[in-house]
Ligand binder design. Structure first.
Ligand SMILES: *[C@@H]1O[C@H](CO)[C@@H](O)[C@H](O)[C@H]1NC(C)=O
Ligand SMILES: *[C@@H]1O[C@H](CO)[C@@H](O)[C@H](O)[C@H]1NC(C)=O
Ligand SMILES: *[C@@H]1O[C@H](CO)[C@@H](O)[C@H](O)[C@H]1NC(C)=O
Ligand SMILES: *[C@@H]1O[C@H](CO)[C@@H](O)[C@H](O)[C@H]1NC(C)=O
Ligand SMILES: *[C@@H]1O[C@H](CO)[C@@H](O)[C@H](O)[C@H]1NC(C)=O
Ligand SMILES: *[C@@H]1O[C@H](CO)[C@@H](O)[C@H](O)[C@H]1NC(C)=O
Ligand SMILES: *[C@@H]1O[C@H](CO)[C@@H](O)[C@H](O)[C@H]1NC(C)=O
Length: 362
């Protein structure tokens, strides 16, 4: 065997070894990638698990100008960074790799509005970071000093808007005080002109004392001092559902409701009964199920959504977020207060937005 042949055989062996070892040693995430047929039409993208993927996070949060100090964990010194490197992997398919430019192109000329409490703000800012990172030189116009903060990606004529509403239904100032009106939804007249609506409410329904955003509840013409909060939540959602059926042109407007965003103050839920906040959590729960199961308000929400005749998509982020006890700011925020309710940006809300993108393009 002459030297040339010998060395080309060696080279071939070498190449085969490289291919073979990359097949065997590739991280579980990339293995998973080509096991799946990429067919999302019969896939529940909300059923899956978190896998380590060092190509995450999707953007550099320090370069994003839209993050408020509540959510900017990296800026406020969070020492562990593993929480940034998980990707949501559905069990039976892959998510399309989120690409802000495609997102903007497919929503050209459209208005997207997030409607809800600070969890909506969390998702709104994450989406702005995702889009900004993919088109860093795009012309962006901000309307900050209005009741509806808006960011316009001018080259695509895409408007991303935030409508602050704690309860979706109305709270009105009357002589007796602030009255929560379970049957009234006046803001809907503004919402229905949009192309995509992403709703969320829950956080404020069980607040009591000074944080309760109303003094009285009006239900079907009767004024009450208080009522069962889950019943009130169901009634308000039902008012919202009737509004969708009677007022929203779903040929023009896509309606999305976000599932309940979980907090992590009760370690019993994830089998660590002594834990009372998220301060020591640095890794997600492995697997696809959260030990304590789904929260009660999600069942109420699913029930009400099933009564709507028009198409409404449940952005079913509850379980995947429950698994991320590691992804809250804890004390790494501008207030140094313990926060196991909101989510770090970059982080879990980026996945909500990847799933939102998936829902919109399908
Ligand atoms: C995806 O799966 C559905 C249902 O099984 C099937 O009807 C459809 O043809 C599949 N699409 C592709 C691209 O394989
Ligand atoms: C939402 O996701 C959870 C977890 O995958 C599942 O148990 C539940 O049935 C889903 N709800 C709907 C309406 O698909
Ligand atoms: C992230 O962005 C900041 C601010 O633009 C920059 O200083 C830093 O080097 C960037 N980090 C990485 C890893 O690119
Ligand atoms: C914001 O708007 C209010 C009333 O519309 C006005 O009084 C205030 O000066 C504005 N602030 C800025 C910074 O433009
Ligand atoms: C929406 O589109 C469907 C099918 O094209 C049509 O039958 C229906 O009348 C439309 N509804 C409205 C409110 O335009
Ligand atoms: C914590 O969660 C467990 C299991 O879901 C529940 O039984 C318990 O009541 C919760 N504790 C508090 C203080 O909410
Ligand atoms: C967080 O929980 C730990 C115990 O798990 C406790 O020692 C600590 O005081 C808690 N911190 C806050 C701010 O609640």
């Amino acid at each position: 065997m002459d030297f040339q042949r010998f060395s080309s055989v060696l080279l071939a062996i070498f190449i085969i070894m490289i291919i073979f070892s990359s097949l065997c040693l590739a991280s579980p995430s990339s293995n998973v990638k080509w096991r799946k047929q990429n067919n999302r039409s019969n896939c529940d993208v909300y059923q899956g698990s978190w896998v380590y993927d060092d190509s995450y996070p999707l953007y550099n949060s320090s370069a994003c100008p839209f993050i408020r100090k509540e959510f900017d964990c990296f800026e406020y010194g969070r020492p562990d960074h593993l929480y940034l490197q998980y990707r949501w992997q559905p069990t039976t398919c892959d998510l399309p790799r989120s690409d802000g430019q495609n997102f903007l192109q497919s929503l050209q000329g459209k208005k997207i509005m997030f409607i809800g409490d600070s969890i909506s703000l969390n998702q709104f800012e994450s989406l702005l970071c995702l889009l900004h990172a993919s088109v860093p030189n795009a012309n962006i116009r901000e309307e900050k000093n209005t009741s509806v903060p808006t960011v316009i990606f001018e080259d695509y004529e895409v408007s991303i808007m935030l409508f602050h509403s704690l309860l979706l239904v109305d709270v009105e100032q009357e002589d007796i005080g602030r009255v929560l009106k379970l049957d009234s939804l006046k803001d809907g007249n503004i919402w229905k002109d949009m192309d995509v609506l992403v709703f969320n409410t829950w956080l404020w329904w069980y607040r009591r004392g000074p944080k309760q955003p109303w003094d009285y509840v009006e239900d079907d013409g009767t004024i009450l001092k208080d009522m069962d909060r889950m019943v009130a939540f169901r009634k308000a959602l039902t008012t919202w559902a009737k509004w969708v059926d009677s007022e929203v042109d779903t040929n023009k407007t896509r309606v999305i409701f976000q599932g309940i965003s979980p907090s992590h103050y009760n370690g019993t839920e994830w089998n660590e009964p002594k834990v009372m906040n998220c301060s020591k959590e640095t890794q997600p729960i492995s697997g696809s199920t959260y030990p304590s199961g789904l929260p009660l308000p999600l069942y109420v929400l699913e029930d009400v959504l099933s009564s709507i005749e028009k198409p409404v998509h449940l952005l079913n982020i509850t379980t995947l977020s429950q698994l991320r006890k590691d992804a809250h700011p804890s004390s790494y925020n501008g207030f140094r207060a313990m926060d196991c309710t909101h989510w770090c940006i970059a982080g879990v809300p980026d996945t909500w937005n990847e799933l939102l993108y998936t829902a919109l393009i399908n």
